[in-house]
Ligand binder design. Structure first.
Ligand code: UD1
Length: 337
């Protein structure tokens, strides 16, 4: 079976994608530097799939190491590249670290991917590239805006780098997936999100408040022009998102791509407000959540949800889980943690 490299394969989205790849019979090799993940995730993955996989602890910032790795593994048929730093606030404080972690590494990996016999590449992009879009839902042809943070900029620049590399090398085949807001965990509660320190994202903050690790959730603003005044996002179950990677990869492996550089939105198409997410948590957990309304968070867009037609029609993929399904899985994961 085809050998697939997953960089950052022990991270939140990476680990769920590895499970879905193994479920489809792919032979997976993970590289991860463990900078924001735990080696125990490997056990979680194998407990779910019962299949063995290869793992190498490797720092993609080291060009020689990357070269040596690919030399050893020239039979790789596709690369799914998750490895990157993702904390928006930290990226504002340490921009150069973010450019090194997210851009240098991308370049080194692409340089090796283009030498392979099969140069199939899937990139973790983000709806953050749209900024505050004019029109909802957001389709792939919505303009890409100037990034609000160095983190966001690494996603925008990352896509540009891939575009330029694909232009001069027809053998390269790339798909960038622009994720909306991934939440939830595997239904077995053996893998999930592992935020380090105080979570910046909504759902882990909610579940940590639910188990008593945090006293209270702050809802960042209720005076937006939305249905209940709080911001709207498109929350997608991480397992649905993981499956999108597998179908995107299959599209490349089967030469079904329409150009050698494609972009897809990966979301549910449904916008939910912060208060609706809280209500969902309260429904599935049977708990009241302690929260208060505070001021707006700088840099937040009012609303972002996906037009999913392109992904539905071209990839033949559709998010299957509801917000409640995703919330319940996040809650189970939090409880077992
Ligand atoms: C954030 C990043 C985005 C990144 C994504 C990765 C910002 C501005 N954006 O997206 O670039 O791609 O994470 O997962 O940081 N909220 C609260 N209280 C909280 C936390 C969040 O009310 O304690 C609200 C936010 O205002 C927002 C919603 O919950 O309306 C979702 O927030 P979050 O989970 O941080 O995701 P994004 O801001 O959409």
């Amino acid at each position: 079976m085809d050998k697939i490299l997953v960089t950052g394969g022990l991270g939140f989205i990476g680990s769920h994608t590895v499970v879905e790849l193994q479920n489809k019979g792919y032979n997976v090799i993970i590289i991860d530097d463990l900078s924001n993940s735990s080696i125990n995730v490997l056990d979680g993955i194998t407990a779910i799939t019962g299949k063995k996989l290869e793992f190498e602890k490797l720092d993609l910032k080291n060009k020689q190491t990357v070269e040596a790795f690919f030399l050893k593994h020239q039979d790789i048929k596709g690369v799914i590249h998750f490895a990157a730093s993702k904390a928006v606030g930290e990226s504002v404080e340490k921009p150069l670290l973010y450019y090194e972690n997210n851009i240098n590494t991308l370049v080194y990996v692409l340089q090796e991917v283009q030498k392979l016999k099969n140069s199939n590449f899937i990139f973790s992009s983000s709806c953050t590239v749209y900024g505050q879009a004019e029109k909802m839902p957001i389709s792939e042809d919505a303009p890409v805006k100037q990034a609000e943070s160095p983190y966001g900029n690494t996603k925008k620049i990352g896509e540009d780098i891939i575009t330029d590399a694909c232009k001069v090398n027809p053998k390269m085949k790339a798909i960038s997936l622009r994720y909306f807001n991934p939440i939830g965990a595997h239904k077995t509660a053996k893998i999930g999100e592992l935020p380090i320190g105080v979570p910046q994202n909504l759902v882990p903050f909610i579940t940590q408040t639910g188990v008593g690790m945090r006293e209270q959730l702050s809802v960042f603003g209720d005076d937006y022009q939305t249905k209940d005044g709080t911001c709207i996002r498109d929350y997608i179950h991480v397992v649905d998102l993981a499956k999108a990677h597998v179908v995107a990869l299959q599209r490349l492996l089967q030469n079904k791509n329409k150009s050698n550089n494609e972009v897809f939105n990966i979301g549910t198409g449904k916008g939910s407000s912060v208060l609706e997410v809280i209500q969902s948590f309260e429904r599935v957990s049977n708990k009241k959540l302690n929260y208060k309304i505070t001021s707006r968070r700088e840099g937040d867009v009012v609303s972002a949800y996906a037009d999913t037609h392109k992904a539905n029609n071209e990839l033949g993929w559709k998010a299957e889980s509801s917000l409640d399904d995703a919330m319940l899985s996040a809650w189970k994961w939090q409880q077992q943690l």
